[in-house]
Design a protein around this ligand. Structure first.
Ligand code: MD3
Ligand code: FE
Length: 219
């Protein structure tokens, strides 16, 4: 291997950079990578209390993405609609508390994108298996659109679709890798977005899955 190529690969492996997509929307590449084992352990605690499940959309479809929640509120879907709920419909109990390592990471990421006092009360955990996808949608079940959304990607890579404020706006494709963190605030908060069908693979920590943590201020 030539020295130049070695250096290039080394930089790829340790890559950590900040990409401003538009005012208030930032990708922090590799931001969560150092904390991945602590996040993984905390995630086990959460899913031990509230297991991943496939929810049903108001239209009657089973979501291909499996999900669970932690924090004071959790995002739920059923035949009656989408909402945030303080109890897990599966157990009738409150959602597991948000692990300290989750909260600290979300606040650190928000601050580095210019949102100093982010106090998320909900963390939605999405689990993608090969073939799972999320079609273009807006996140508008939260009460306060002034607060940003922080999203942490772990495990297998995926192509994120970032559209405009109208459904017709042609989305931009953003590859998201293990450890990447996105912060969505300001005008981008109501942008349409989605995730293309996950490709098969194996990740050393997360196995055959992609996990996404999204931190929100729901109430
Ligand atoms: C852009 N999740 O759970 S996170 C969702 O990767 C969701 O699992 C995706 O969309 C995932 O609702 C994308 C990134 C994200 C989250 C919220 C946004 C991007 C956003 C809200 C507004 C604009
Ligand atoms: Fe979303």
């Amino acid at each position: 291997m030539t020295p130049d190529l070695f250096e290039f690969e080394e930089r790829q492996r340790c890559r950590k950079w900040r990409e401003e997509l538009c005012p208030g929307a930032v990708v922090l590449h590799g931001f969560a990578a150092q904390d991945d084992t602590a996040i993984f352990a905390a995630l086990h605690g959460v899913t031990g209390e509230a297991a991943f499940r496939h929810m049903i959309t108001p239209g009657g479809f089973r979501m291909s993405v499996a999900l669970t929640n932690c924090g004071a509120y959790g995002w739920v879907s059923d035949r009656t609609g989408y909402r945030y709920d303080a109890t897990d419909p599966e157990s009738g109990k409150p959602w597991p508390r948000m692990p300290g390592v989750f909260l600290k990471l979300a606040q650190k990421a928000a601050a580095s994108a210019g949102f100093e006092d982010f106090e998320p009360d909900a963390c939605l955990v999405n689990r993608y298996e090969p073939g799972a996808r999320l079609s273009l949608h807006q996140d508008k079940n939260e009460r306060d659109f002034g607060a940003p959304i922080v999203s942490v990607s772990l495990g297998l890579p995926a192509i994120f679709l970032w559209g405009g404020l109208r459904r017709e706006d042609r989305p931009v494709r953003i590859p998201l890798m293990h450890g990447d963190v996105m912060v969505w605030g300001g005008p981008s908060r109501l942008c349409y977005h989605g995730v293309l069908a996950l490709k098969e693979g194996n990740h050393p920590l997360m196995g055959g899955y992609r996990i996404n943590l999204t931190f929100r201020k729901a109430t």
